[in-house]
Design a protein around this ligand. Structure first.
Ligand code: ZN
Length: 144
């Protein structure tokens, strides 16, 4: 029985690990986050280390930000830093750059509107460019 339980646990761990690697990239070569079947957001890190978020419909047509509420939490070894966003043109732009360093987790919380349940996305912040797909490693769509 114990062995069976352990096998089941292993299977659950394995399948969630597989689900995590199915990364999709958006039109800006950022990481695509599925908010709902008809709406997605794209996480992109600008050159000055600020995060920008773009919204798309089901056909990946850009949509201006509406009632969405986005916050980011950078989980660095030194502690957690919360980052807010403000609309700028067709994007939501972080009001502060990411803390220095990389290889830490960034949690993006998206609420479709102020009254909806939030959805969390955990992204490992790796900023180097993947040689195979040409995306930043946080948005790498390769199988490695
Ligand atoms: Zn890649």
């Amino acid at each position: 029985m114990k062995t069976l339980l352990r096998t089941l646990l292993l299977l659950v761990t394995l399948s969630s690990a597989i689900a995590d690697t199915a990364v999709k990239a958006g039109p800006r070569k950022g990481r695509l986050l599925e908010i709902s079947p008809t709406q997605s957001a794209e996480f992109f890190v600008e050159k000055d280390r600020t995060i920008s978020i773009a919204f798309y419909d089901a056909a990946l047509k850009a949509q201006p930000p509406a009632a969405q509420v986005v916050t980011a939490t950078a989980e660095t070894p030194a502690g957690k830093t919360k980052i807010d966003f403000a609309p700028k043109g067709k994007l939501l732009l972080a009001t502060a750059p990411l803390p220095t360093g990389e290889d830490y987790q960034v949690v993006i919380q998206v609420k479709p509107d102020a009254n909806s349940k939030p959805k969390n996305f955990r992204i490992k912040l790796l900023l180097y460019t993947c040689k195979e797909c040409g995306n930043a490693e946080y948005a790498c769509i390769c199988d490695h």
